[in-house]
Design a protein. Sequence first.
Length: 255
Amino acid sequence: MDNATNNFYDAIAEYYPLFYKDWETQLEREGLGLKAIFRDKGVKRVLDAACGIGTQSIPLAKLGYDVTAIDPSAGMLQKARQIAIEHDVLGEIQFEQADFAHLSEKVSGEFDAILCKGNALPHLLTDEEIEHTLYIFSELLRPGGLLILGLRDFEQFMEYRPRLLPGFVHDYEDENQQFITFDVWDWDEGPPVVATQNLFIIKGIGENYKTIKRTVSFRPLSLDEVRVVLLENGFEEVHEQPDRWEQVLVARKPE
Ligand SMILES: C[S@@+](CC[C@H](N)C(=O)[O-])C[C@H]1O[C@@H](n2cnc3c(N)ncnc32)[C@H](O)[C@@H]1O
């Protein structure tokens, strides 16, 4: 895992809940959405392979699933543990620190399901890294186990390559301050094409605002490209699952 990506997530971990309109509602939605995907599939043991601050792991633990949550960013893991305490599930989640390439050093299969939500896979910039990660996921899944990938579908951006994307505005009346985010994207023609997100976080009130900028890169994959890569790497029954936040692909390891 490259240090730039880790530095980005370490730096934004404390702000991460603010990237959703309503963080607590998002947790509830993630839990219910995944429960619907797992229904009648015999899912008990789940590996959250890019857990971040626990957006999926925490609601799943609350719903009684056996959750192992891994992420390479120490900052994201620290925030995840803090939120797990607030939700009274710290003891229900096994937290580990590793990137995809080193997953097998921290956990062993078989898992009934592996999650990789929140656009984590596109941080891998080469075909080889993506294929190696799918191989590791497959090794850790039981036959018939599910892989759930949550992604931003970059297809819509590829023609016009937008530079400016709006984020969120939160007004904190209790703290008497406002919090605003937006992105400026840089496009590198490659090959492969790489999109760099410059995330601006602005905090303040009245005429005094302070700006933080943090940068991270993505391989701007389309959902169709990911679908094909999954099939080429031995997964089957690849289908899209409705999700309000991102595009979600569910795939199955053959029996
Ligand atoms: C946008 S966050 C999503 C976290 C969480 N799943 C969610 O939906 O909120 C992306 C996460 O991917 C992790 N990540 C980035 N590169 C990774 C890699 N090579 N291996 C594993 N995780 C990675 C980051 O540390 C970060 O926590």
